[in-house]
Design a protein around this ligand. Sequence first.
Ligand SMILES: CC(C)(COP(=O)(O)OP(=O)(O)OC[C@H]1O[C@@H](n2cnc3c(N)ncnc32)[C@H](O)[C@@H]1OP(=O)(O)O)[C@@H](O)C(=O)NCCC(=O)NCCS
Length: 316
Amino acid sequence: MHVAPMSEDDLQHVMRAWSAALPHDQLTEQRFRRIILEDPNQEPEGLLLAKADDGSVVGLTACVARRTVKGKDGRGCEGEFRRGFLKGVFVAESEAEEAAADVLLGEAESYCRGAGKEELRVTEYAGPYLWPGIDVRYERQREILAKHGYRDVRTIEDVAVDLRDPGLRGRAERARAMLSAELEMLDWEPELLPTMQRFVVEGEELQWFPPGWESGLSQPRENVLILKKGREILGWAQYSPGRPRAGFGPILVLERARGRGYGSLLLLECMIRAREEGAEYVEAGWANTSFYTANGWNIVRRYDVLTKALAVEECQ
Ligand SMILES: CC(C)(COP(=O)(O)OP(=O)(O)OC[C@H]1O[C@@H](n2cnc3c(N)ncnc32)[C@H](O)[C@@H]1OP(=O)(O)O)[C@@H](O)C(=O)NCCC(=O)NCCS
């Protein structure tokens, strides 16, 4: 068994090993490229493969360590600059399993230490990501990480709802009753940009608005909804149409305007639109679960976020 940075030639072997080790995440080559290989923070030394002597892949670690607070993806923040992120990890069941895990995790940790990081997280990485943590169904992968000193810090959920619910339209109508000449719900129009800029600054959710976010809003967008009161924006939500599954998120209501039903209004409106466009279900990943369950959604997938403090290496 030996460990080395992944190259383009390894892609097919990685896909095969990935499907066997992570059956709940059947990846396409295109998605792997986009999320792992083309992540601007992914350095070659952070993407390692363990290979058996016959060339088969027996493990992978994809680790990122932002070199500046924002990082090359522009989504990092001060509070997490001390962390590296193990955004992808698996070890295949094989004779070399123990050795592969020892070397891969040891290398990932020393890569992060070398980048000045004090902690390695699986995952909560807000740059291009596959999952927000490790799916709780991957018991063996979690055992391997636990054995190497990774501890659970929190649980994150994905949620979904069936849009064929006959009560949906009534709930949306009731929520719309709060709209008035002062409180309007609008489809995105580029002329809202100056008002949106003030919303983004006050909202302080920079991972959703990395540098250059304005370019994604340079055209009218029917899947981006704005809640505007007088001259200011109080809420923003977007969804991605799909059949049979649409996606929802992110959503943000300014802190001072929360608890008045504005979030639910935006959510219900997106659900109605997704339904009218042919979706049967809508899903939201990495969710603020209680907001969604209060609106009739269910938890469909659960992840553990694990972390390990990186000891400082002693100088000789
Ligand atoms: C989540 C968010 C959009 C909700 O907006 P809101 O206008 O306060 O939502 P509503 O007033 O419609 O609340 C509806 C229900 O959700 C629940 N809820 C809303 N926000 C919640 C939160 N942050 N935590 C727990 N429960 C919450 C409330 O229990 C409420 O139920 P109630 O009416 O029985 O009290 C808002 O809190 C927000 O912008 N949070 C920060 C960004 C975020 O977490 N986005 C979601 C990412 S998936």
